[in-house]
Write a protein that binds this ligand. Structure first.
Ligand SMILES: NC(=O)c1ccc[n+]([C@@H]2O[C@H](COP(=O)([O-])OP(=O)(O)OC[C@H]3O[C@@H](n4cnc5c(N)ncnc54)[C@H](OP(=O)(O)O)[C@@H]3O)[C@@H](O)[C@H]2O)c1
Length: 259
């Protein structure tokens, strides 16, 4: 992303405390009102301090466990209290929920449900939560972080892959339903990023990961691809391609989705 292009907006960044969320927050915080979510107040406070040290002046931490009953009602009541309505939603929450890759047949129902809940139900409810205000205003931007797992699968993560594929369907549908209201919905679908979980799995060369990370190569974040503005798109991020190399320095993709 190129700093300085999105300014004066009210942005809800869900899942701000993970590696991808933190890197995204650093790009979005300056010049905007940025509401950041996560479960751990200490991690959120530390992130606020870090963002303020980089020039951010209006970062609001919202501590919330999205797995809790009524979490989304509570979250959007907090959002309403702090800023009224959200102009941009960027959703980096979800992930593996602490589950390592494993044999699908041995996964418990609870594990499978958790991955689907975090990676499809949360994006759905977050989208619904911001859309009312966006429709009233006649504009809005929604960006979810999906995964290449949703397009080509990921050994050891059947439920996660299915949920991420569902996010693509979600944004396509939202773009169709709300495009005329001036709202765009997009998903970005990274390959394994240099983070403790997926990054480590790629480096380890776990069987079946080759199609996700050829040569065990992982990507850094942010590295959105060059892309054109659209109301609904899936942006796979391939490391080592000319597209990914160029965009890793320009950060073209996400800014286009937000513009
Ligand atoms: N890392 C990769 O290689 C990769 C590749 C493709 C796509 N992705 C996707 O990119 C997104 C971010 O990835 P990441 O590696 O930064 O993930 P991560 O380290 O697992 O972070 C996930 C974020 O979601 C939040 N979260 C998790 N459970 C929560 C809960 N119950 N309630 C509230 N917040 C919760 C975490 O906050 P707290 O833990 O502080 O509560 C954190 O901010 C995920 O959707 C992931 O699936 C990642």
């Amino acid at each position: 992303m190129t700093q300085g292009r999105t300014r004066g907006k009210t942005i809800l960044l869900a899942g701000a405390t993970g590696p991808i969320g933190r890197a995204t927050a650093a790009q979005l915080a300056p010049g905007n009102t940025l509401l950041i979510t996560g479960r751990n107040p200490d991690r959120l406070s530390e992130l606020v301090a870090d963002l303020e040290s980089r020039g951010a002046t209006d970062v609001v931490p919202l501590t919330i466990d999205l797995a809790e009953t009524d979490a989304f009602q509570i979250l959007f009541a907090q959002v309403q209290e702090h800023c009224g309505a959200v102009e941009i939603l960027v959703n980096c929450s979800g992930g593996w929920q602490g589950h390592t890759p494993g044999d699908f047949l041995l996964k418990t129902h609870q594990e499978l449900r958790q991955e689907i809940e975090a990676n499809l139900v949360w994006p759905t409810l977050l989208s619904q939560g911001v859309l009312t205000g966006m429709v009233d205003r006649g504009s809005g931007r929604i960006v979810h972080v999906s995964s290449v797992a949703g397009a080509i699968g990921l050994i050891g993560h059947a439920a996660y892959s299915g949920a991420k594929a569902g996010v693509t369907g979600l944004v396509r549908q939202l773009a169709m339903e709300f495009g005329e209201s001036g709202i765009t919905a997009n998903a970005v679908a990274p390959r394994p990023v240099d983070t403790p979980g997926p990054g480590a799995c790629s480096r380890a060369g776990i069987p079946g990961w080759r199609q996700c990370s050829p040569g065990r190569r992982i990507i850094s974040w942010p590295s959105p691809p060059r892309s054109r503005h659209s109301s609904s798109s899936w942006f796979p991020m391939w490391p080592g391609t000319s597209t990914a190399r160029r965009s890793s320095s320009t950060g073209h993709g996400l800014q286009l989705m937000l513009g």
